[in-house]
Design a binder for this molecule. Sequence first.
Ligand code: ADP
Ligand code: ASP
Ligand code: MG
Length: 448
Amino acid sequence: MIVMKFGGTSVQDSSAILHVASIAELFGSEQLLIVSSACSGMTSDLLKLSTDSVHISDEERSLRIDGIEDRHNSIAQSLGIEKQVGVRIHELCDGLRKTCEGVALLGECTPRSSDAIASFGELLSTVIIQGLLQLHHSAIWYDAREIIKTDSAYRRAHVDFDLTQSKALEKLKPLFDSHRIIVTQGFIGSDSEGNTTTLGRGGSDFSAALLGAALHADDIIIWTDVSGIASADPRIIPEARFMETMSFDEARMLSYFGAKVLHPETIIPALSKNIPVHVRNTFKSEDKGTTITQHGDKDANGFRSVIGTHNVTCLNISGIPGKDYHTNTQELLHQITQLSGKQPLIHARVGESETYVYDAPLHNLSQCINKEHNLMNITLEEYSLISAIGPNLRSEHSSKAVGKFYETVLQADSRPVFISGIQPQTVSALVAPDCAIDILKALHHHCS
Ligand code: ADP
Ligand code: ASP
Ligand code: MG
């Protein structure tokens, strides 16, 4: 059995969804668990709708939901399956209407409502995919919220893997006795009360890995819009080279430090069950893509990839350690996580000051700081985070490449903040946003 995840661009319109169907064909009689994202842009639209529902007029809200219904209906129509899926699309959009109406009446969009509204994107896209696959295969739609069980930390819920695994084995596995294909949603789950939760933006990759590990899949394939993991984001550096193999550790670092191609938590479940993860191109299914395994290319020296994460904010707290200082710091960090849904990417202590790096723009973080916190000695600064990743960066054979990293960054930025020693596979620097792209391009020349 193979778990296949299709990202937003892979299901963005009828022609993309036809590629999904031909990939299902390509795998012959293999059992497939298809995990899909929402059509591209839909989650962002829904999240905006959820907060806007507090203040927009009833007419405006209706118009926007009609637009969402129209987009899905027209995809279904182009695929010739409107008869099969039209009623389901309408029912789901009615559910969306009621949830948004609740937000409008309450005058507040709670994190719980926001997750409930965001979930409609994946619910809708999977209805269309299953409807199309059903024409030629025995394919069944299943609600991921019955399987992926989480706590109630809305917007970025934590998964209870043991419970999820037992639900997957109990409810999904038997479906393969009568169906070749199961279609379910990425990104969404539910808490112990049955409320809808989400796993954080880009979380469908993680859903696929969780289900793959739970069901002991032979492979997990992440189908996306590029032909694998490259030495840099191909949108920024078009000459970036796709890698054939990569170790779990290297892939984990790459996604942790911001390579959007994989959600950072994806590797953990796959690693725990030693299941190969493949990253492949939906629109060029003949390309081999990248295979991530335990060993990968562990012997490579120097750095193999460079990553730039823009709009990261560095929070610096200094003060005399004492009871109030610790309590205030803990409270501030908790507040940031609650309001922004972010945990610090990096935490470093230098003398009496502590630095936390968040993958969030400055204005998001400054909103989290209240008057009491202002009494603490806090500074906030926006940077770009540049990282170079390689499986053996601490080895002697990589020292020249690491030297090149420092040299290249210093040539472009007079006061970078270097971060090293966090993980053996990375060297990073916080640099001024306006020189980040030039640094990335210059560093890319030194990728091995
Ligand atoms: P999906 O919607 O399929 O989940 P994403 O947009 O989340 O797709 O991730 C794919 C994108 O990741 C690519 O289009 C590419 O621009 C970006 N990306 C960033 N870094 C890398 C990298 N090192 N290798 C490949 N793609 C990368
Ligand atoms: N649809 C969700 C998002 O846009 C999850 C995903 O695509 O992985 O964040
Ligand atoms: Mg993604």
